[in-house]
Design a protein. Structure first.
Length: 86
């Protein structure tokens, strides 16, 4: 697991107070919402704020684009990498 994947997984766990879940328990390509990790829209808002603070990333109001970014840990890694590279 690369460092950014671990950071994002730990951020998800810490932000959403997911007890009894470790970063290794979250699969990189598993859905974060619905059948995957089971997050909901309120979790998405909290996670969006945490991602913005942690990585200084401005998210758009485009719900379809955000849905793609928050689909999985791998998608979040791609988002952070693309927005933080200068």
């Amino acid at each position: 697991m690369n460092t950014l994947e671990f950071q994002i997984k730990q951020l998800i766990i810490d932000t959403l107070n997911l007890e009894d879940i470790r970063p290794d328990d979250i699969e990189n390509d598993a859905p974060l919402f619905g059948d995957g990790l089971g997050l909901d829209s309120i979790d998405a808002l909290e996670l969006g704020v945490a991602i913005k603070k942690q990585f200084n990333i401005a998210l758009t109001d485009d719900s379809e684009e955000n849905r793609q970014h928050f689909a999985s840990v791998s998608a979040l890694v791609k988002l952070v990498e693309s927005r933080t590279q200068a």
